[in-house]
Design a protein around this ligand. Structure first.
Ligand code: SF4
Ligand code: SF4
Ligand code: SF4
Length: 255
């Protein structure tokens, strides 16, 4: 029986999600055994996008005309497309300055707006092509990547419940960092990472994005009570939510 064909593509990103996958050596060897990896530029020198793919994983945000061409080509070839990592799912850290005009950003960073291709604001993949599944996280969680792949290769829809990171603190009996006076976005953020930040004594910065029912109004109140207000609070909250924070705060009436 022919092995399923998969691809792992990257757009504008830091390649951290691909590294997370490469770090899962045992699972990767199994994957090589069970599938044909047709496209994975960071892990292979033989890559093609000319064949149909059963599953294509896409890392990174759509931030240039080249990204757009690439992801559209990938979509045409893929039966199932999975956005991996926060850049691909929500725009990522590079969407932080999406309220600044692109030309102004180019002038600040490169001192010119003359680029060899078109640069746009950082967009999540779903703004450009249809996304079948999303696995957020900065980086994507290696275990979730493996589970999702196993589900998909068996024709089963991956399912990860969207609970708050607080849930994972309770499971691991981690002391609450908010109660210790730290700033923590865990109450509005999707669990699934195993709460590595809070268990190491930090607050959650919210890299996995919103769970199903985030209470922004309450979150803002909690942060304000701990002294984080105005621009400082917005900057803290927008690191991984740059593409949609403004809208969410407006919806919650806390602009
Ligand atoms: S989600 Fe994070 S780790 Fe993954 S590519 Fe984007 S910045 Fe890098
Ligand atoms: S540390 Fe943060 S994520 Fe953990 S229980 Fe407290 S508020 Fe929730
Ligand atoms: S605890 Fe928060 S910031 Fe840390 S990995 Fe999980 S979601 Fe991301």
């Amino acid at each position: 029986m022919a092995k399923p064909k998969i691809g792992i593509m990257y757009l504008t990103s830091c390649a951290g999600c691909q590294c997370e996958i490469l770090n899962y050596e045992e699972a990767l060897l199994k994957l090589l055994d069970l599938t044909e990896i047709k496209y994975f530029p960071i892990g292979s020198s033989a890559n093609t996008l000319d064949e149909e793919l059963d599953v294509l994983f896409v890392e990174g945000s759509v931030s240039t005309s080249l990204d757009e061409e690439m992801v559209k080509k990938g979509r045409e070839k893929a039966k199932v497309l999975v956005a991996i990592g926060t850049c691909a799912c929500f725009g990522g850290v590079q969407a932080n300055n999406n309220d600044v005009p692109v030309d102004e950003l180019l002038e600040t960073v490169y001192g010119t707006t003359d680029m060899p291709f078109k640069i746009t604001h950082a967009r999540p993949v779903e703004e450009v092509v249809k996304v079948d599944y999303s696995l957020p996280g900065c980086p994507v969680d290696g275990k979730q990547f493996v589970y999702a792949t196993a589900f998909l290769l068996n024709g089963v829809k991956p399912f990860f419940p969207k609970m708050a990171v607080c849930y994972e603190c309770k499971l691991s009996e981690t002391e609450c960092r908010t109660l210790q006076g730290l700033f923590c976005l865990g109450p509005i953020t999707t669990a699934g990472c195993g709460a590595p930040c809070t268990s190491k004594g930090l607050g959650c910065q919210g890299c996995r994005g919103d769970h199903d029912a985030p209470n922004y109004k309450e979150m803002v109140e909690v942060l304000s009570e701990r002294g984080l207000k105005g621009k400082d609070m917005i900057n803290f909250m927008k690191v991984f939510r740059g593409n949609y924070l403004k809208e969410k705060l407006k919806d919650a009436g806390v602009e």
